[in-house]
Design a protein around this ligand. Structure first.
Ligand code: KE4
Length: 429
């Protein structure tokens, strides 16, 4: 595959952008090779600067649930652009977006628009701390909630101790207030609550973990978190930046029937434009400025063009709920096909997923948390990535990400993916 132009552009990029990218995962670090410079995307197809075409199984990391360049989204954005890009003032579309989210997700009584998932998480954590007057936040190893300081923290020497920074530049003082438990392990959560009784402002969790590969919650895990938070006056935050409006109109909270106190959104609600949001119980959200004492602001929050994009996608999903059955069928087809291919080749892989989220772990599994996910053969994943890329399948350049399916993926494309993956499993002995 010719990648001269991508290589040339990436070399230039590395002179003026850290790592040559504006988000680390795009640099192809774990897999090596030349990151593709993409010039356009339509439906399920990406085209790079060298004219190579790919079937896209990343979908901009989640926003493109309807596929790229969906007519409803494009028309809405073109119309909005004609009226101006940003006013720095309140607009009708923001009211419409807030009313639509509140109407679609029962737990959301009030919502604030921001510009990214990170900003949504950072703000939700601040609101939780402001509301409870407590400072500790409990998260789970392997879950990713964006790059605010409080979330770039890993478990200390022992899981029972306070956190330590997981990035340079994160103050120890900040890390100390972030506790880390084991996903799908109620005992690890109970132990931290026993130790830090009444000090924990919130538990934040990806209701389906999709940043350590895809790891669904074990039955009872989410209800356990809900019960434990209620017993301790702790708030439960569902980070639905990925699962929100992907697992259904009511996201993972509807899919699993567990109601959080706050929810963070991103990705799908912007349809590819920079949008995040956090919302939930009115008594908590009333703490947020200018109504309350928790400060949070943003020049481009609720941007009119971004709202037009997000509104068009959410209206489409609301008015075409059959989309979710179709997405579930696509996910099932892929998971069944990959599992069958592995069984035929007698290769130990663990296929996971929920709805249109899928993951192929190169380990026999089961994969239930970060530790078991890390048993995957990442060397084999690198070979798989290169094999699939060469054949025009654009997948995550890391074992610890997800496959994001869309309404634009055809059965033929899914069967082609399965056949290519089966070819890899056959060849890579
Ligand atoms: P952003 O700040 O990247 O919009 O959202 C952060 C975030 C928050 N919560 C969850 C559950 C997320 O998955 C994310 C971001 N997801 C990654 C994909 N694993 C974004 C890709 C990237 O970092 O470039």
């Amino acid at each position: 595959m010719k990648t001269d132009r991508s290589r040339e552009l990436f070399a230039r990029a590395q002179q003026v952008i850290p790592g040559g990218v504006n988000s680390p995962v795009r640099a192809f670090g774990p897999v090596g090779g030349t990151p593709r410079m993409i010039v356009s995307a339509h439906g399920s197809q990406l085209t790079d600067v060298d004219g190579n075409r790919y079937c896209d199984f990343i979908g901009s990391w989640g926003p493109m649930i309807l596929g790229h360049d969906h007519p409803a989204v494009r028309q809405a954005v073109e119309k909005a652009v004609a009226d101006g890009l940003s006013f720095g003032a309140a607009t009708e579309r923001e009211v419409e977006m807030a009313e639509l989210i509140c109407s679609m997700v029962p737990s959301i009584e009030m919502v604030r628009m921001v510009n990214s998932g990170t900003e949504a998480v950072m703000s939700a954590i601040r609101a939780a701390r402001g509301y409870t007057g407590r400072e500790k936040i409990l998260k789970f190893a392997g879950c990713y909630h964006g790059h605010c300081d409080a979330m770039l923290v890993k478990a200390g020497s022992g899981v029972m101790t306070s956190g330590v920074p997981d990035s340079a530049g994160v103050p120890k003082g900040c890390a100390r207030d972030t506790l880390t438990a084991v996903y799908n392990d109620p005992d690890s959560v109970q132990a931290l609550f026993d130790t830090y009784k009444q000090q924990i402002a919130a538990v934040i969790v990806e209701p389906v973990a999709a940043n350590m590969g895809v790891v669904p919650p074990k039955p009872g895990f989410l209800p356990f978190l809900r019960r434990l938070c209620d017993e301790n006056g702790t708030l439960l935050i569902f980070d639905e930046v990925i699962t929100g409006f992907r697992l259904g109109l009511t996201g993972a909270q509807g899919y699993y029937g567990v109601t959080p106190d706050l929810t963070t959104f991103g990705k799908i609600i912007g349809a590819g434009m920079p949008v995040g949001a956090y919302g939930g119980r009115r008594d908590i959200m009333k703490m947020v400025a200018p109504l309350g004492a928790v400060y949070q602001a943003g020049t481009l929050s609720g941007n009119p063009v971004a709202m037009a994009a997000g509104l068009s996608q959410l209206y489409y999903l609301r008015d075409h709920p059959q989309v979710y059955r179709a997405l579930e069928e696509r996910g099932q087809m892929l998971r069944t096909g990959l599992t069958k291919a592995a069984e035929e080749q007698q290769v130990p892989i663990c296929v996971t997923g929920v709805g249109s989220l899928c993951c192929l772990f190169f380990t026999g599994g089961p994969v239930v948390d970060y530790e078991s996910a890390r048993l995957s053969d990442t060397g084999r994943y690198v070979r798989y990535f290169r094999f699939m890329m060469e054949r025009g399948f654009y997948i995550a350049p890391s074992q610890f990400e997800a496959i994001f399916l869309s309404m634009a993926h055809t059965e033929k494309e899914l069967q082609g993916f399965i056949a290519a993956a089966a070819g890899f499993l056959r060849e890579d002995r």
